[in-house]
Design a binder for this molecule. Structure first.
Ligand SMILES: Cc1cc2nc3c(=O)[nH]c(=O)nc-3n(C[C@H](O)[C@H](O)[C@H](O)COP(=O)(O)OP(=O)(O)OC[C@H]3O[C@@H](n4cnc5c(N)ncnc54)[C@H](O)[C@@H]3O)c2cc1C
Length: 468
């Protein structure tokens, strides 16, 4: 007889695969991971041999804070897998409107300012959790006003906060999250912010987790768009998935479905996709009104990206430079900019002598969700790139535009970070859980998703132990 499924996990991103790998390995659970995409990895999918032989791209610009010291590395280590990392970036170069300068050169500082900055960094490294949490609902601008006297030190720390949060103004950045990220980096690397690139690309970070699931007899079912989490008498009893194929386009079809049963369900997909799976109707929903309202209210408090992946016949950035580029606001597009030459961190992403450049501007839901706005912004970003990297047009072998609406969890604004994020358990439904970058979890995007996956698995493990 086939063993019944213990846990169904919807979503094969790093959070879902993380929950599944831990439950398979540490509790010998039979898990079923379901994803609507044809491959696993979620937003961390890599495309080898694309758009031409010798190149390997990600969905868009991707770099991982803290590399070998990150939560996503800890998740892999926990289930016995190793991720290979490239070097940390040496510098963050900021565009000042005319040229790239180092963060330190962007803000001129006196000797006293430099001493004050060192003191500030030391202070942050020793902050206690409760001191950070107290600032989750307040802005970095207020924190700096209370703790730092020197304007240049405030400005420099705001620039660093912008790189962490991709939010240009300190009044909009959640102080708690910036302080947490800075403290984590300082304690692990003695730097305020460090990032690296996995040698096997983003897919290299999730591949091992999928292997653990399969080796333990679990299943990862792809190309399967879950229609609903089935809830009966206050418990999740399984999920409804489509049966067979359907001739109509997505827009027209109402698929025939079947229910797969399990002891518990984990929704490892972002909050803005929950309404496709859970009943939010006020007359019929088994979930409380306050929770549904909170999810609906904040679901579009996310950032988006609009950018280009660029394959260059020869480098526009010195190949020896391990750098990350940033701008508070570009001249043409008028949004914060990020970029980095991925091929400077690993040989595996571009043919010898060529360069792969990841670029994007960080926008909000409003721009990312509107086709016409994003096409206009893309054209303006190209003008910015021509200013920033002279000669880029002549060296372009291929150019892939992309966008994403909901790039990396909830916006890191006051009231949307730390304990203000939605919890890992559905209120009133004891066997329905959540994991991913929009739920409880700290750190930058991928790390926050990995941490929330580990925390969700620990919650389930603790409950299994209690009920034994
Ligand atoms: C272009 C881009 C650039 C980024 N850059 C960075 C970066 O530089 N650094 C960083 O730390 N983070 C970055 N991020 C964010 C990072 O990739 C995410 O934070 C992280 O991958 C989220 O993982 P997750 O498991 O929470 O969600 P996801 O990876 O989104 O996984 C959710 C999964 O659920 C599946 N799903 C949804 N609905 C259904 C359904 N009905 N049925 C079945 N399956 C379903 C989806 O297909 C998806 O695979 C970037 C993201 C993007 C898109």
């Amino acid at each position: 007889m086939k063993k019944k499924i213990d846990t169904i996990i919807i979503g094969a991103g790093i959070a879902g695969l993380g929950v599944a790998a831990i439950l398979s390995r540490e509790a010998h659970q039979k898990v079923l991971v379901i994803d609507r995409f044809p491959k696993s990895g979620g937003r961390m999918m890599s495309y080898d041999g694309y758009p031409a032989k010798g190149w390997r791209i990600e969905i868009g610009l991707h770099m991982i804070e803290l590399g070998e010291k990150s939560s996503c590395d800890a998740l892999n280590r926990r289930v016995g897998k190793t991720v290979s990392w490239g070097p940390f970036s040496d510098t963050v170069d900021i565009w000042n409107g005319e040229k790239f300068v180092s963060v330190a050169d962007l803000v001129p500082m006196s000797r006293e300012d430099k001493v004050a900055f060192r003191n500030l960094v030391q202070k942050i490294a020793t902050l206690k959790d409760h001191e950070i949490e107290a600032w989750d609902n307040r802005s970095l601008e207020e924190w700096l006003a209370e703790h730092v006297e020197q304007p240049p030190v405030r400005e420099l720390f705001t620039d660093l906060g912008m790189i962490m949060t991709t939010i240009p103004r300190a009044i909009d950045m959640a102080a708690g999250e910036v302080l947490y990220i800075a403290r984590d980096n300082l304690l692990k690397t003695q730097q305020v912010l460090q990032a690296s690139f996995p040698l096997d690309g983003m897919e290299g970070v999730t591949r091992g987790l999928a292997e653990v699931v399969r080796d333990a007899g679990g299943e990862i079912r792809l190309n399967c768009d879950v229609q609903e989490v089935v809830i009966k008498d206050g418990r999740a009893i399984g999920v409804r998935i489509p049966t067979g194929r359907h001739p109509y386009e997505e827009e027209y079809r109402i698929p025939e479905t079947e229910t797969i049963h399990a002891d518990r369900v984990v929704c490892a997909l972002p909050i803005y996709q929950l309404q496709k799976l859970l009943d939010f109707n006020s007359d019929t929903s088994p979930l409380p009104r306050w929770w549904r309202k909170r999810i609906t209210d904040i679901q579009h408090e996310v950032t988006g990206l609009i950018g280009f992946m660029l394959g260059l016949s020869e480098p526009v950035v010195d190949p020896a430079k391990k750098c990350f580029f940033s701008a508070l606001k570009t001249r043409h597009a008028g949004f914060p900019f990020q970029g980095f030459p991925a091929s400077n961190f690993t040989d595996h992403v571009a043919p010898p002598g060529k360069q792969l450049l990841h670029t994007d501007i960080v926008v909000e839901h409003e721009e990312a969700s509107d086709k016409f706005k994003r096409e206009r912004l893309l054209a303006l970003l190209w003008e910015d790139l021509k200013d920033m990297f002279p000669g880029i047009e002549g060296k372009m072998e291929w150019r892939l535009p992309y966008y994403v609406d909901g790039c990396d969890g909830l916006a890191r604004q006051p009231g949307l970070v730390g304990n203000f994020k939605p919890g890992l358990k559905a209120p009133g439904i004891p066997n329905l859980y959540f994991a991913g970058d929009t739920y409880l979890g700290r750190g930058l995007a991928i790390n926050s998703a990995a941490l929330s996956g580990m925390n969700c698995a620990d919650l389930i493990l603790a409950e299994l132990k209690k009920n034994k």
